[in-house]
Design a protein around this ligand. Structure first.
Ligand code: DX5
Ligand code: ZN
Length: 227
C-alpha cells in the first residue's frame, strides 16, 4: 500500500502481445488501478480499444481486485456506457466536451453500477464542471491533449490542478482528482503537491528500457523525496 497518491498505469503503452503478463507486472507492485484508454478516431484522432479488451482483463481484476478505470475519449459516450460496465469497468470517465447531457450520462454510469468521472481537455475551463461536481466520483484533468501516449506535460496544468483541489476542498466534496498525460519522475511531484491524488501514467510505467517495477519505484521515489 502506497498512500501518497494512487498510481493508475495506462495500458496504452503496454505490450499488447503480452498484455496480461505486462499488467500483472504492475499489479505485483501493489498497483490498485489500471487505466484503460478508449479512443474512437472521432473525438480524438487515434483508435484504441473497446469493451472486448476490458472483458479480457476481467479475469485479472477478479483475481487481484484491481480497479478497471475506463477513460472514454469517444463521441456520444452514452451509447457505450453499459457495454463497458458489463465488460468489467469499475469506473467510467467521459469528456465534458463529448457529452451534451452530461448530468444524464453521469446518472447512467451510476445506474449501470460504476463510479462516474468527468474529464477536461487542457483548454476546457474548470467552470464547465461547476454544476456537475457534486454528482461525480472523479474529475480527470488532462495534462496533455488526449489521443496519444508519450506527450509532454503541459506546465499550466499545475495551476488548474491546484484550483480544482481548492474547489473540491472548499465545497467539502469527496471527489478523486485524477491527472493524465506526460507524468514522469520529473513532473509527478508538482502535480501531486498541487492536489492530484490519482495519477495516470503510461509511458513512464510500461515504456522505456527499465522494468515496470523499476519504473514504478522511480515514480514513487519522486513523491517521497524531500523537496
Ligand atoms: C492520452 C491518454 C493517456 C495516456 C497517457 O490521451 O488519455 O492515458 O496513455 O500516456 P503518458 O503517460 O505516456 O503521457
Ligand atoms: Zn487516459
Amino acid at each position: 500500500m502506497f498512500d501518497v497518491a494512487t498510481l493508475a498505469p495506462s495500458i496504452l503503452s503496454a505490450d499488447f502481445n503480452r498484455l496480461e503478463a505486462h499488467v500483472r507486472e504492475a499489479i505485483a507492485c501493489d498497483i490498485d488501478w489500471l487505466h484503460l484508454d478508449v479512443m474512437d478516431g472521432h473525438f480524438v484522432p487515434n483508435i484504441t480499444i473497446g469493451p472486448l479488451v476490458v472483458r479480457a482483463l476481467r479475469k485479472v481484476k477478479e483475481e487481484t481486485g484491481v480497479t478497471l478505470d475506463c477513460h472514454l475519449m469517444i463521441e456520444e459516450p452514452e451509447r457505450y456506457v453499459e457495454d463497458f460496465v458489463e465488460a468489467g469497468a469499475d469506473s467510467v470517465t467521459v469528456h465534458v466536451e463529448a457529452a451534451t447531457h452530461l448530468h444524464r450520462v453521469v446518472q447512467q454510469i451510476h445506474s449501470a453500477g460504476a463510479r462516474a468521472g468527468v474529464a477536461l481537455n487542457p483548454a476546457t475551463s474548470l467552470d464547465s464542471i461547476e454544476e456537475i461536481l457534486p454528482y461525480v466520483d472523479l474529475v480527470l484533468v488532462m495534462t496533455v491533449n488526449p489521443g496519444f501516449g508519450g506527450q509532454k506535460y503541459i506546465p499550466t496544468s499545475t495551476d488548474k490542478i491546484r484550483r480544482l483541489r481548492q474547489t473540491i476542498d472548499r465545497r467539502g466534496l469527496k471527489v478523486d482528482l485524477q491527472i493524465d498525460g506526460g507524468v514522469n519522475e520529473h513532473t509527478i511531484r508538482e502535480a501531486v503537491d498541487a492536489g492530484a491524488n490519482v495519477i495516470v501514467s503510461g509511458n513512464s510505467v510500461f515504456g522505456g528500457s527499465r522494468s515496470v517495477a523499476d519504473n514504478i519505484t522511480a515514480l514513487r521515489s519522486a513523491l517521497l523525496k524531500i523537496a
